[in-house]
Ligand binder design. Structure first.
Ligand code: DGJ
Length: 722
């Protein structure tokens, strides 16, 4: 709900449990008065710490500007706190002052042209227009308050109403100004390939904390997320303020405390690789930031994000559907396969209850290693005899669905495509392009490249019935130069790349609405809200080791619902770590995501093969709970270095599951006592044959027998008694 108090020009945005209040100060500047737990008063102008009628003293304007909690701080006006926007006018001068012009409140939410963005009817929005009349520039700040979840979203549009070009040199999407409280902490997600999104807590200090990606994607190393929490933060207590960016390219998140103990958080497109020429009459739309406040610890923050992404961001028809249990051949064969081998895998899979075969990298061009052929999206008939149609038919005749891997954003220097179009690779005239995995990025700013990719995708999709596609991206961006764009638009390459990626994925999912798309980037390097708009699931990490997964899952589930997290059961001895674990334990851990297998099923022992149908049965019993339920983190291996416990509770609180992993067995330790969360205290539940109230399970807890052995997973299924 959004209300407006006319006299003092106060805007109050309410979600079920939070309020966000802004006002126009001295008829000029838009300031933030409050963000936090729900309040009943709109007029909290005393929060400015000075009367809103106080005239800004021209001779001492600097002091006012530095202390004022601007909603959208701009460069050149403020010098002790981070800003969101800067421009260069036609005279080459920087900085811009913005004052309030008008506003409009409306029901629902508008789409953002060319960008992924949240949607919904059960929400209210407001456009607040700030202006610089001398420049002829309007800046539209759009806010949406959701009525069914504690989320507020923000985005910004700049409109050039003047008769001259301006260059936008910095365009972040949101700023929050809060009071710093002693002991506050930063929550961050850090990682690398195979170790994505590990949670890190850091102390806040004077100066700036920066979380950024300059890799052209959100990255293995970073997540477009910044959060600050009060010192007492736990899963169930403490306050947390978080910003998550619906964007898949270079981003800058910053948390800064100034000399007045004013804490500012900002999030937006990274200014280091961004500049945008805005011609008269043009507008520039910056992506959306999701604001999440919880006064009930990290658990509530996670559940807010999960509900929000499931109900207001992911569009796929598969969002609320059971996904097919797949077998992917990557770790089974790597590049060394033929269609005969794939059909062998499919045959064995069909006997065990697996529902889809996914053919991974290596089916096209002359690709037998990572040494070439990206861009040559025609089938390698030496490996896939009879082509995609024959393979797809063979797999379908075994009763399985068929899926395929692609990496459309790339070009190998050793490819037919590169011979024809060397200018299609991203490059600058003064450096040798930086290769990774012997490949280069295609210049997606060139419309001919975008058309080529769309044509290749269409061609693949129309050769054979294909139910699933894994879209990979194995090289982050370097060489931010385009042979296509003019000199005065080269600063736009990084953002235009992301816009073109969105355009192509939009084309794919709208042309083939029945296709189940899974995004992937060398494991989980592009696991971000932007990509979720196009695919309901994203490959989380190449690391399928059940111990390493604990921290990856904890970090990923801090923000994303399990329905979005790609999870497979892989080999006994993990190819990355060399650690050997039991398939049964890995199968339990893989329940926490979209379930599948990634191993050579034909090479399993009879005992392992025979266990698969039961593993799939277990998955099917809990998959709706995993897909739709509420997540509670009971214990964290990342913190206690002993064991992990994840609980999922159905929305009606009838069905509960707990997945536990004991990493190393230790002697003389009592069986573990686990206190459940999120149950109905008055319901009676059946736990291991015994009937106990929700209140007992949450307060007294349950005793979980300590398994013998290392890397042991346990699954508990609990149901309401009738
Ligand atoms: C990286 C992905 O994460 C893997 O699953 C696999 O698809 C390879 N790329 C293929 O090159």
């Amino acid at each position: 709900m959004i209300s407006f108090e006319k006299e003092k020009k106060i805007f109050k945005l309410d979600t079920p449990n939070t309020s966000y209040v802004m006002s126009v100060y001295a008829d000029m500047y838009l300031g933030n008065l409050y963000y936090g737990g729900k309040i009943d008063d709109a007029d909290v102008c005393y929060m400015y710490r000075q009367g809103s009628e106080q005239i800004i003293n021209e001779g001492e304007k600097s002091g006012f500007m530095n202390g004022f909690p601007f909603e959208f701080p701009t460069a050149g006006m403020v010098n002790s706190q981070e800003t969101c926007m800067d421009i260069r006018n036609s005279r080459g001068q920087n900085g811009i002052e913005l004052v309030y012009k008008s506003h409009e409140i409306y029901k629902g939410k508008k789409a953002l042209k060319g960008l992924p963005a949240s949607f919904g009817d059960n929400c209210d929005s407001i456009d607040i227009i700030l202006t610089n009349e001398k420049l002829g520039i309007d800046v539209v700040l759009t806010y949406t308050a959701f009525n069914d979840v504690d989320i507020i979203t923000r985005s910004v549009k700049v409109i050039n109403n003047s008769s001259e070009n301006i260059n936008i040199t910095k365009m972040l999407s949101a700023a929050l100004t809060l009071d710093y409280q002693e002991g506050m902490k930063i929550i961050d997600l850090k990682g690398c390939w195979s170790r994505e999104r590990h949670i890190v807590y850091e102390n806040l200090h004077y100066g700036s904390f920066v979380n950024e990606s300059l890799r052209g994607e959100s990255g293995h190393q970073t997540q477009p997320f910044v959060a600050v929490a009060t010192g007492n933060i736990t899963q169930t207590t403490g306050e947390v303020y978080a910003m998550h960016f619906i964007y898949s390219g270079n981003f800058l998140g910053k948390i800064q405390i100034n000399e007045q103990d004013s804490l500012r958080m900002v999030m937006g497109i990274h200014p280091d690789t961004f500049e945008w020429k805005l011609e008269p009459g043009d507008s520039f739309q910056a992506p959306e930031v999701v604001l999440n406040y919880s006064s009930e610890g990290l658990g509530k923050m996670s559940r807010n994000f999960h509900d929000f992404y499931r109900n207001h961001l992911i569009r796929s028809k598969y969002l609320h559907e059971e996904r097919p249990v797949l077998v992917n051949n990557w770790e089974a064969t790597y590049f060394d396969f033929t269609s005969d081998k794939l059909v062998d895998i499919a045959r064995e899979a069909s006997k065990r209850g697996i529902e889809m075969l996914v053919m991974d990298d290596g089916w096209f061009g002359k690709r037998n290693s990572d040494d070439g052929s990206l861009g040559d999206w025609f089938v390698n008939e030496d490996k896939i005899k009879g082509g995609l149609k024959k393979l797809s038919d063979d797999v379908h005749s075994l009763g399985l669905k068929f899926g395929i891997w692609v990496e459309p954003e790339m070009i190998s220097p050793k490819s037919e495509l590169y011979k024809k179009h060397p200018d299609w690779a991203m490059q600058t005239h003064h450096s040798i392009p930086v290769q990774a995995r012997k490949q280069l990025n295609l210049d997606l700013t060139n419309p001919a490249v975008v058309d080529y990719i769309k044509t290749c995708l269409k061609d693949i999709m129309e050769q054979a019935p294909i139910e699933y596609m894994k879209w990979d991206m194995n090289k982050s961006l370097t060489d931010y130069g385009s042979e296509y764009l003019p000199a005065d638009r080269q600063g736009e390459v990084a953002h235009r790349y992301v816009l073109a990626l969105y355009e192509i994925q939009e084309y794919l999912v709208s042309s083939y609405p029945d296709l189940l798309l899974e995004n992937c980037s060398s494991g989980g390097a592009r696991f971000d809200p932007g990509m979720l708009y196009y695919s309901p699931q994203i490959w989380c990490s190449d690391d399928m080791d059940p111990v390493e997964r604990l921290s990856i899952i904890e970090g990923t589930a801090l923000l994303y619902p399990f329905s979005a997290i790609g999870a497979h059961v892989s080999k006994n001895t993990n190819d990355i770590l060399g650690r050997t674990t039991n398939m049964a334990d890995r199968a339990i851990m893989a329940l926490l995501g979209t379930y599948g297998y990634e191993l050579d099923i034909t090479k399993l022992t009879d005992e392992e093969k025979e266990a698969i149908p039961d593993q799939i049965k277990t998955h099917k019993r809990v998959e709706d709970l995993v897909r739709e339920g509420d997540y509670y983190r009971l214990e964290s291996y990342n913190e206690n270095h002993l064991f992990d416990a994840v609980e999922i509770v159905s929305k009606d609180k009838d069905k509960v599951m707990v997945v536990m992993m004991q990493v190393l067995c230790t002697p003389c330790i009592r069986d573990r006592r686990i206190k459940l969360q999120g149950l109905n205290p008055d319901y009676t539940y059946v736990v291991n044959g015994q009937k106990l109230h929700g209140s007992t399970l949450m307060n007294a807890g349950i005793i979980v027998p300590r398994p013998r052995g290392d890397y042991k997973a346990t699954l508990l299924e609990i149901e309401k008694a009738y």
